[in-house]
Design a protein around this ligand. Structure first.
Ligand SMILES: CC(C)(COP(=O)(O)OP(=O)(O)OC[C@H]1O[C@@H](n2cnc3c(N)ncnc32)[C@H](O)[C@@H]1OP(=O)(O)O)[C@@H](O)C(=O)NCCC(=O)NCCS
Length: 426
């Protein structure tokens, strides 16, 4: 604690403690506000509300900084790999080589889906949205691990972390292959996470994983691995705060990610670029639509709740996008439309004044498309990346002393008390 904030309500003054974060952020602790003043705070979309203290990820939206456990995202993207970053998020420190190989092996060993869950996935229509399948399969896993439904020991949390990381890629690839009428490919424990996922998706017809392409995918997963208290991570914490099990909490996180204002934006970006292409490719007209307040159209992949300068992940992704397209020899006209939109928007006062920049989703879809991943699976790719972040946030929440069930208040705006009227008199 450091210092006090003064609050004056109708002439009465109250003092509230100030909490400082390790990067100097300031929070006014309102834990006792209602008890002492009868007032609550109202904060649409939690724009100003901290829901927890966390040591996992630091983000400064004004300066475009993102760090996991203190390590800058740029350094992790350049030097690390997805499973090492997952370990870092979970345990707080980079692993020794022994710790890393034990962790990596554990993820590989546990990448097995109970037949019952495969059967459940197989009951979905082939054209079901893969995010519904992912959320359903995550929740269904709870039925197969009853020992994990109550309080979990540290060791159980370690195992669940590796298990869900391994199982998520099986869920994604199993449903994909089934939807295109192909047999499931088992995980291959001799290769890295991203190469294995690509094999599990596309094996057959002479498919061979390209090292650079697998590396680009790994970088993408690193960039998505955590983003502090975003909509889906907050959902995981909210659900977990009721002591619901980890499967239910993660399934809820998947559902929260699905929306186009969150993880679903990567699918929405691609659909937007395709719509512009099919409409003759005039991206300037779409820029005008995005600016028109009478038109609901928004430039998908642009803007961010916290990044008001640039999204450091977007800078890295743009590079990865060029690498993948060059390596695969793909000339994607959608990339030209995306670059054109970005160029125009970055010099347009509407976007400049509102600090609207390309976010992580603007280019990720073009990479996924080049890899052959169907558009409706883009958000599932985000799930694979974000899973370690959700699990680390869930774990931190369960290990925080005195954690309370998430239960916001409201300002009621409905009718005052009135008497029931019998149906015949209405
Ligand atoms: C991400 C997002 C939900 C953040 O929303 P937010 O912080 O609540 O910001 P707001 O919706 O209040 O937007 C602020 C202003 O910028 C405008 N704006 C924000 N994003 C815009 C976009 N993508 N296209 C056009 N205008 C946009 C809003 O209309 C608003 O304008 P106003 O001040 O004239 O009313 C929002 O920028 C958005 O919808 N982006 C597109 C979806 C997307 O890419 N999501 C992925 C996020 S990683």
């Amino acid at each position: 604690m450091s210092g006090k904030a003064k609050l004056n309500i109708d002439g009465t003054e109250y003092e509230l403690p100030i909490i400082k974060g390790s990067e100097g952020e300031t929070g006014i602790d309102i834990t006792t506000l209602r008890a002492s003043t009868k007032a609550i705070t109202l904060d649409n979309g939690f724009m100003n509300t901290g829901s927890c203290q966390s040591a996992i990820t630091f983000l400064n939206g004004e300066k475009g900084i993102l760090r996991y456990r203190g390590y800058p995202i740029e350094q992790l993207a350049d030097n690390s790999n997805f499973l090492e970053v997952s370990y870092l998020l979970n345990y707080g420190e980079l692993p020794s080589s022994d710790q890393l190989s034990k962790f990596t092996n554990s993820v590989k060993e546990k990448a097995v889906l109970p037949d019952g869950v495969k059967n459940i996935i197989d009951q979905f229509p082939k054209d079901a949205h893969p995010m519904g399948v992912m959320a359903g399969a995550m929740a269904a896993l709870s039925g197969f691990y009853p020992e994990s439904l109550g309080e979990c020991s540290d060791e159980m949390k370690d195992d669940l972390f590796c298990q869900l990381l391994g199982q998520a890629k099986v869920i994604a690839s199993h449903f994909f292959r089934r939807s295109v009428g192909k047999k499931t490919v088992d995980p291959d424990s001799s290769v890295d996470y991203s190469s294995d996922f690509l094999q599990m998706m596309f094996s057959g017809d002479g498919f061979k994983v390209d090292e650079d392409v697998a590396r680009a995918l790994d970088v993408l997963l690193i960039l998505h691995a955590d983003h502090e208290q975003n909509c889906s991570a907050s959902t995981v914490r909210v659900v977990g705060s009721s002591q619901a099990n980890v499967f239910a909490s993660i399934s809820a996180g998947v559902s929260a990610l699905w929306g186009p204002l969150h993880g679903g934006a990567n699918q929405a970006v691609l659909e937007m670029l395709e719509a512009i292409q099919n409409d003759g490719g005039d991206h300037k007209r779409y820029l005008e639509k995005a600016k028109d307040k009478n038109d609901p159209f928004r430039l998908m992949g642009f803007g961010h709740r916290v990044y008001k300068n640039f999204d450091p992940r977007a800078t890295i992704i743009k590079k990865a996008c060029d690498t993948v397209l060059t390596k695969l020899g793909v000339k994607d006209p959608l990339l030209d439309i995306a670059k054109g939109l970005e160029e125009e928007a970055l010099k347009d006062p509407y976007f400049v004044d509102r600090k609207l920049y390309p976010n992580v989703d603007f280019y990720s879809g073009i990479i996924y498309r080049a890899l052959g991943i169907p558009t409706n699976m883009f958000t599932v790719m985000f799930v694979l990346g974000r899973l370690p972040g959700w699990l680390a946030q869930w774990r931190e929440m369960t290990e925080t002393k005195g954690i309370k069930i998430a239960r916001p208040r409201q300002i009621y705006t409905g009718h005052n008390e009135r008497n029931y009227v019998d149906v015949k008199d209405r």
